[in-house]
Design a protein. Sequence first.
Length: 255
Amino acid sequence: MRGGDYVLMARRRAGLLQRELADRLGLRQATIARWERGDRQVSMEDIAGVAAACGLHLEVHLAVEDHSWWSQIALQLELDPLDRVRRLTPPGSPDFVAGLSGLATSGQPFVVIGEVAGALQGWPLVLGATVIEVCAENALPLTDIGRRLRRHEYELPGGARVRAVDAPPGTHGLRDLLRGAEPIDIHGGELQVAGVLDLLRIADASDRRSARLEALAFQAVLDVQDARSKSPAPDGRTAAERIEAWLTQQTPVTT
């Protein structure tokens, strides 16, 4: 992860605008913007100061470098988002793709979060969930799906269920997540899926037992995306060939 990612996560978790964070730190808004875009390096002291200004505490620890997920993530990112979900859905599970298709045509304002969002964004973890989690406002229009979302959980096509939450951990609800959400076209409809950094923010603030593993998976996705952005442009090789060549240039896993 880039240092600017920590700045952005902390600022959004605190519900601050760039200008408000800059005022608390005695800096210009442009400095915060450059940090978050990655145009300017952020020191550990600066990140700790940002965390404190956001009412948070920065914890740092050293771990063995592990790229064991990278190859799978790289392959996932070469696929269509729905194919990513299909690959990570074990036999006997609900048909999450059918459920997502039903949600995409509903026309309701919400953002997909949770494990299914992780799969859509390319993480490597096999899905253990039986529900599709979404962040939605209480004041949904009184359409059929709006009424059902107000009951917080109901069944979708394909046997999946959808569960609505008002404000996932570390967030300020739907409008907060919509700022970083990514649209995915599905069968003539569109889904808003929480961005990887926001999914990491939710996992980082959660007390669920699986949250630590999920946070590591999202960090790995960000690392692979960053590495891919620095790779040379496609040169006629197949996706598998490019991935294999890219992996050989990475630092070996220390065991």
